[in-house]
Design a binder for this molecule. Sequence first.
Ligand SMILES: Nc1ncnc2c1ncn2[C@@H]1O[C@H](COP(=O)(O)OP(=O)(O)OP(=O)(O)O)[C@@H](O)[C@H]1O
Length: 785
Amino acid sequence: MPRACPLRTARRRVSSTEIRSLPLLPLPHGVVLPDMVVTVAAESAAAREAMSGRTVGDELVAVPERDGHFGSVGVVVRIEQRGQLANGADGAVLRALRRVRIGRGEVAGSGALHVAIEEVVEPPASDAARALAREYRVVAEELLAAIGSRGASALLEGIEEPGELADTIGWWPELDDERRLQLLETVDPEARILLAVGWAREALAEARVTADIRDEVNEDLERTQREAILRRQMKAIQDELGEGGDGADEFATYRARIADGTLPTAVAEAATKEVDRLERMGDQNVEAGWIRTWLDTVLEIPWSTATEDALDLDAAAQQLDEDHAGLEDVKERIVEFLAVRKLRHERSSDLQEDSGARRGSGTILALVGPPGVGKTSLGESVARALGRRFVRMSLGGVRDEAEIRGHRRTYVGARPGRIVRALVDAGTRNPVILLDEIDKVGADWRGDPSAALLEVLDPAQNATFRDHYVEHEIDLSDVVFIATANTLDTIPAPLLDRMELIPLEGYSEDEKVAIATRHLLPSLLRRNAVTAEEVRIPDKVIRAVVADHTREAGVRRLEQRLDRLVRRAASRLAREPETTVVDVGLDDLRPALGPTPHREDPAVRTQVPGVATGLAVTGAGGDVLFVEAALLPGEDGLTLTGQLGDVMKESGQIALSYLRANRERLGIAADLDRTVHVHFPAGAIPKDGPSAGVTMTTALVSALTGRRVRPDVAMTGEVTLHGKVLPIGGVKEKVLAAQRAGVTDVILPVANGADVDELPDAVRDAVTIHLVDSIPEVLEIALTA
Ligand SMILES: Nc1ncnc2c1ncn2[C@@H]1O[C@H](COP(=O)(O)OP(=O)(O)OP(=O)(O)O)[C@@H](O)[C@H]1O
């Protein structure tokens, strides 16, 4: 809120410290900022008095007046012109010169109110203000370009001072008066340019959305008009050829399609009405195009076309095995899911009363895991096993409810939502629809797509799903929905409740090599039209690609790298007729794939005391992360940096409190009443969770005692105030990440013992797992002597 102070009208002489006084021109509407030229009507008595007897060249001070209060800052204005305005009122053209603070007021002999003004001396611009000014220039130019007013940016060119530049945001016509007032009263140039940058960015975002909507509308209108013109031309040509193109054929075709008995009665009736309307309307009407699009959509929806389910569970299990190496648990759970479906199907007549149980499967499978672990391809396998069509629907970045449920037909550019489009793509009413990246659905002012998804996924409601565009109920109860997600954190709870979660973890090196030889390579060879006899890639080469040229939880990048090797070999075969076999060896990796990518190496990072190697799970799988701790002079306290969430900050506090309480036992001689700084590098990535507790504590003890952390040790675990180590999630992901980073020893909470038993043998052979119960045990293993 702008600051306002009641006008003080003490009848006394202006004190000598107040520099000068000027007649006060009240501004009940609008705000005048320095450098503006404005026309003002002397409407109120106060304004008339202020202007009476003033001529061109005289100065006044213009001060915003709101609810009988004057602001504390005004602008000195010079009269440029006097005269009558178009409405007969007395008026003047004023040029605003500079900001001044308003002091005491006094009524002069003429009856006009004079106020003392104090010149504002702006401090020299700081570096921060100059940086903001540069930023402002960039944003303002983009803003002007977005509204098609590029030339106007020249106006900013001559303005050097950040404070002056900030005032130009006041010219933006959409800026409201309250903000203009705030701008006027913000005397500090750095604070002012900061405001201007923020508002300019906001205006830019709005202008972009408006431009997008305009483009969409124009595009649709253009398309409709173009279609109308083409139809007219087609008709003219048909007339010329004597083919009697009076459109009768088109209507007859629509009517025949409606009459073929596949549409539900209500839909058939509505469609017939639309054909009648179209027939009456004539091609010139833009609406004709919209009706045709609607009819085409409705007629394309597979209202009653369905595939017959193959419910042979052994065949399904075999299909899943053929398509995927490993993943035994996952495949087993999918077969269980199919078994339940089969039972429901067979017993559906017994379940007549319970419509929820009768319809569909009741639950939705959700495959959750890092990228490239085979979630999409498992979905495809399920479709193949059931003998159903498969459609993938990517939900990444969907923020608009209409994306799911369609736009109403009254909306220009309306079209059906993705669910309907997926059914049309499948061509059957009972496909497998993969809702890809359900964790990336977001909500904003356009509505919440997850509400629409909830309806789609709810067996009690999805038999009567309504798309806004189609305007009729569509039965989705026979669709099998499978969702995929990288993480559960961002999935709204009500959606999660509907889903049966199947976690997929990352693959170990051996598993990756097996997937590559059994699945990826054969299909890559086929795709590049060569055989395994012609292009030979031995296991040791694949292993080297896995270990040195990829660093991922899944096999997506591995597939790309192998594809590059196969393509190079295939192109050699094509170019050199004398070559019949290409043996890809270790020496070929560097020329084909480039140097091995740079790694954050724990051995390098932990060369100084105060750095410990932790393990974390991100949306992309497991990863190592380093925690740095340092002791600084200053007040006692804890500084945590690196974009940490609240839970992580709390575990920092816990670590420090534990150290304070156990100083002697831990051999800490350093003074703990100083500032302790803990930083998580990769500061651009937000991090949260309690599992970095042991890593923080270890880094702190290392910094405080000067003992380095062993370079080959990585750790994870939550810590309590008493130094107990509690269990954490994502053990397999974390251990695999440690192995990829060349770590040989991993410290885990003892309560995670069961997870360790589940690790592949090869992984357990490669790294030594230490199960610990308390911090002293961690330090014993992790710190060097
Ligand atoms: N266990 C496996 N056996 C055989 N092939 C696999 C296995 N896991 C992954 N793949 C293959 O790896 C490739 C990438 O898998 P897919 O696209 O299914 O990953 P995803 O988990 O869906 O990833 P994203 O989350 O990025 O969509 C595919 O070619 C897939 O066939």
